[in-house]
Design a protein around this ligand. Structure first.
Ligand SMILES: *[C@@H]1O[C@H](CO)[C@@H](O)[C@H](O)[C@H]1NC(C)=O
Ligand SMILES: *[C@@H]1O[C@H](CO)[C@@H](O)[C@H](O)[C@H]1NC(C)=O
Ligand SMILES: *[C@@H]1O[C@H](CO)[C@@H](O)[C@H](O)[C@H]1NC(C)=O
Ligand SMILES: *[C@@H]1O[C@H](CO)[C@@H](O)[C@H](O)[C@H]1NC(C)=O
Length: 244
């Protein structure tokens, strides 16, 4: 299981009108382990290069999730990517390519890293993390606008998010663990919710992971008009405008 020794508390602001059509994937955050590192020209570096190029070139199959392993000389490199449940394969592929390039430069000597975009996430490690729930590092992103009635809003948010999570965790035919749901706040406002787990998790592990991110909405986004919590294994997002 990938282990991160220090909890990541990080907040930053997302702006309301950043969701117009764009060609480039929208970068959110990355985390490179500074504890688990390798040296230049090591065997692990060459395994990692192979791993990242294999993730970046995986577009033949009809998939928005892929995990792979490179068993090199000694240490093994494990990696996966997942795209948001509703993006096209083309956008998914673009995002994954950009993610591998950015990790290569930003996380130059890290044996473990995770990167999140609006459209995809990608992670790798020298330790196997497939089918395990990883909740660290975590990132909370919030929309700075305040909600007029935070008490009733947060109750509606938790109720709707729980329902979204129940659906996302259920194994569907296409194996995606992804769901969206809307709720009416008042005559003219709608709440939009999204929940997603990596599909290698079991339904109960997915639901457990989503309970964690949903619980963290209090931590990051209490009374705010929008927010998201990102774990390596699952994530949620809500806004008062459609974003999926
Ligand atoms: C990345 O995660 C590690 C461990 O969780 C934490 O110590 C570090 O502060 C994080 N780095 C950034 C840039 O957030
Ligand atoms: C991963 O790398 C760390 C740091 O170099 C090392 O301590 C650990 O034993 C490695 N894990 C495996 C499974 O090789
Ligand atoms: C992908 O992950 C599954 C577990 O979810 C594992 O059984 C399988 O071996 C992995 N595939 C590769 C190529 O590493
Ligand atoms: C949502 O689920 C959590 C447990 O996952 C529970 O503590 C909470 O009360 C639920 N909230 C609502 C409004 O259903």
């Amino acid at each position: 299981m990938a282990s991160y020794k220090i909890i990541l508390f990080f907040f930053y602001i997302t702006f309301l009108c950043s969701s117009t059509s764009k060609a480039q994937p929208t970068f959110l955050f990355n985390n490179c382990s500074s504890v688990k590192t390798f040296t230049a020209n090591s065997a692990f570096q060459s395994d990692l290069t192979t791993l990242l190029s294999s993730l970046a070139s995986y577009r033949t199959a009809n998939t928005d999730f892929y995990n792979t392993t490179v068993a090199g000389q000694g240490e093994t490199a494990y990696g996966l990517f997942m795209c948001r449940g509703d993006v096209t394969l083309e956008i998914c592929h673009q995002c994954v390519v950009e993610a591998t390039q950015r990790l290569t430069s930003d996380c130059q000597f890290s044996k473990e890293a995770v990167i999140w975009y609006d459209e995809c996430m990608l992670r790798y490690s020298n330790t196997s993390f497939f089918s395990t729930v990883d909740t660290r590092p975590r990132v909370g992103l919030l929309n700075t606008g305040n909600i007029a009635n935070p008490g009733s809003f947060m109750r509606l948010l938790f109720k709707t998010m729980n329902e979204t999570a129940d659906v996302a965790a259920k194994p569907a035919l296409d194996q995606k663990k992804y769901a969206t749901k809307e709720a009416f706040i008042s005559g003219f406002q709608t709440l939009y919710c999204l929940a997603q787990c990596t599909p290698d998790l079991s339904p109960s592990d997915c639901r457990r992971c989503l309970s964690g991110v949903i619980g963290d909405l209090n931590w990051c986004c209490d009374g705010k008009q929008g927010g998201r919590v990102l774990y390596p294994s699952c994530n949620v997002r809500y806004e008062l405008y459609p974003f999926y």
